[in-house]
Design a protein around this ligand. Structure first.
Ligand SMILES: *Cc1c(COP(=O)(O)O)cnc(C)c1O
Length: 396
């Protein structure tokens, strides 16, 4: 069996999205900035995509700016808020310890420029506490940036409450919604969101294409200078085929969401139940307030890397920590943020299911992971010491 269970890293492009792309490469390949009709056809295609996307998140088309993906959108949103803050003499930013590196590294850069950053505590359930956010806001705060759903442990933050607090306090609220959009309902008005980042390849659209929603009245800062594309806020000839494919994929995801979510959640819970039977294991993050396809476990006495290699032999694509940190030996900053100690965090496994996952595949995942964990523990000196009582178990 071959199972792609790494949909948080990237997704397969949908057939509809690919089909939407082709005519814009083969026939209507004009430059949207050209004035002749051939160019204007491409321009129309982009504006159609903008309208489609805006409608899905209850925004106005003028509030959508296309980017090269989630990372660029995160950078642009945070730097915009920082520049606006600086003009008012406000240099304090609030975020959380388990954000994506596109957020955390941008904040690091701003710290070097004199901003102060408060990273809210992420509790053991993988959630921040709105009251702690409220208490952290000062007169100097210019931005709150909290992700909608976490890319490793899938936990869904109380976004609407966070947005309400920010609105009440008059602080800009940005959310990295890369993992959420296309998988969870989002309404930027009801959720009180000022800025939102999204990426096409996390919902069956193309890679290298994303967008940033910015509420009317907020003046966006440029990351890239040049031509007047995207109302002068993001120079560079638009990736027309990818933009149209992304809108097509998002529409498809939004239309199928209710049905997919119900099905995925059922199979996700079956997988969680099956893996919880492995002794000295623990689910990371709240069991219910999580993305419909996300399962993330720690197994004591296991090296995540070895687990991945043996699962690969069984045809299973999975992940341990995020794709960005694999290759480094540091344990995931997300697992450390929820209080997992280094040794336990090293033995983590993330399985992120696609919408087309079946019960048979879930059972194969349970059997394979159980077999591989037992096999690895069989010759692990760490496990032998744990079993012999020389070192105490951390996970029950
Ligand atoms: C994938 C991801 C990103 C980065 O998006 P790219 O389009 O790959 O740049 C940012 N944030 C989160 C939460 C992600 O999962």
């Amino acid at each position: 069996m071959k199972i792609y269970a790494d949909n948080a890293a990237t997704t397969k492009m949908s057939r509809k999205a690919i089909d939407a792309m082709l005519p814009l490469m083969e026939e209507n390949y004009g430059n949207p900035s050209s004035l002749y009709e051939f160019g204007q056809k491409a321009k129309e295609a982009i504006e159609g995509a903008r309208e489609e996307i805006a409608g899905i998140i209850n925004a106005d088309p003028s509030e959508i700016t296309f980017t090269s993906g989630g990372s660029e959108a995160d950078n642009q949103a945070i730097l915009t808020a920082a520049e606006l803050g600086k003009k008012k003499g406000k240099t304090h930013i609030i975020s959380s310890a388990f954000e994506h590196h596109a957020v955390l590294h941008t904040l690091k850069k701003l710290e070097k420029e004199g901003f102060t950053v408060t990273l809210l505590d992420v509790h053991e359930d993988g959630l921040i506490r709105p009251e702690e956010l409220e208490a952290a806001i000062t007169d100097d705060t210019c931005l709150v940036t909290i992700m909608f759903a976490n890319n490793e442990i899938g936990t869904i933050q109380p976004i609407r409450e966070i947005g309400e607090i920010c609105r009440k306090k008059g602080v800009l609220f940005h959310t990295d919604a890369v993992q959420a959009i296309g998988h969870l309902p989002i309404d930027v008005k009801a959720d009180n969101i000022d800025m939102l980042s999204a990426s096409g390849h996390k919902f069956h659209g193309p890679k290298g294409c994303g967008f940033l929603y910015v509420k009317k009245g907020i003046k966006l800062s440029n990351l890239i200078e040049g031509g007047a594309q995207e109302r002068g806020k993001r120079a560079g000839t638009e990736n027309v085929p990818a933009i149209v494919a992304m809108a097509t994929a998002l529409k498809e995801a939004a239309d199928g969401m209710q049905e997919n979510t119900a099905k995925q959640e059922k199979l996700r819970d079956r997988l969680i139940e099956g893996l919880a039977k492995i002794e000295h294991s623990a689910l990371n993050g709240d069991a219910k307030k999580r993305l419909p396809g996300n399962v993330n476990f720690c197994f004591e006495g296991i090296e995540g890397e070895s687990l991945l290699l043996l699962l690969d032999d069984k045809g299973i694509c999975a992940s341990s920590g995020s794709a960005c940190t694999s290759g480094s030996l540091d344990p995931s900053h997300v697992l450390l943020a929820i209080g997992r100690v280094h040794d336990v965090a090293h033995g983590s496994l993330r399985l992120t299911l696609g919408e087309d996952i079946t019960e048979e595949e879930v059972d194969y995942l349970i059997d394979s992971v159980t077999e591989v964990v037992n096999y690895l523990r069989g010759f692990s000196p760490v496990w032998r010491d744990l079993k012999a009582g020389k070192t105490p178990f951390i996970l029950p």
